[in-house]
Design a protein around this ligand. Sequence first.
Ligand code: TXA
Ligand code: MG
Length: 317
Amino acid sequence: MHPNPAIPRAPRVTLAEAAALLRAGQVCAFPTETVYGLGGDATNADAVLSIYETKGRPRFNPLIMHCADLAMAQTLAKFSPLALRLATLWPGSLTLVLPARPGNGLADVATAGLDTVGLRVPNHPLALELLRAVNRPLAGPSANPSGKLSPTTAEQVIIGFAGTVPVLDGGPCQAGVESTIIRVDGDRLIQLRAGALARGDIEQALGVTIELAEADAAITAPGMLSSHYAPNALMRLNAEPRAGEAYLGFGPAPGFDGVMRNLSKTGDLREAARNLFAMLHELDAAQVGTIAVAPIPHYGLGEAINDRLERAAAPRG
Ligand code: TXA
Ligand code: MG
């Protein structure tokens, strides 16, 4: 039998293949500890445009630059002593928004023409190995079509893009929600997006205070678009399940006949964050009209989980 050209080739690639694709200006999905990223050379405008095109993003948004280490990040942005203190949490699920270094070589389409830049060093061995092999910053939004759920496995990336995007498979993501984004503005720290590193944990680890961005702040991050992390089903939050719905539980769950997942039977927020997108994907695959979601506490990682759930439940534009 000869290969059928109508069937796309298996999109999984090796690390060497992924690095070669990225160095050649192609896009390639890669694992991080938060979610899978759709990578492209951040210094190559065509590569960055391919990212937007692949995702079908409605407009250009500033992307996160993934760096192999602090030294690479320092070629892109100016680090104040306070920024350097935050960078001690790298590699990790923390994105810093800092003043851009003039002439840093980043494509304007990657920073959306802003004079600030979002940076992080991901805490995933394959991602770090890939970044060292490519030896360039990688722009990497989550590897999902715009407006859909963020992928936490290579399989979800393959399904999301119907096998058209090459993927470096690094197994399931440990954190399961995107990085926490903090803007360093002089001596102020402003959280632009709640994420996998809880605000309170950063404050405690470093002895700093982090403000919350005002809801109507002029900085619009794509993560701040109201309907951004949407499954196909409608969502009902802080709810008990009704007949015909799917149910996403948390902690001890009520008896329920329908399709059901539990984010964490023991009420562990870390486990819940890790399961969030994968379980929403699974419930969505059951093609129910509505997913009812149990109340989730708001402390610690609950801030990021509730944020993603509220976006997933937001009216669709
Ligand atoms: O965990 C993550 O952060 C994942 C993985 C793949 O690393 N990436 C991710 O990237 O979520 P993305 O592009 O979907 O989200 C980037 C967020 C957006 O909300 C964007 O507006 C914000 O970072 N951002 C980037 N640069 C910024 C800047 N200069 N000012 C304000 N927000 C910025
Ligand atoms: Mg995203």
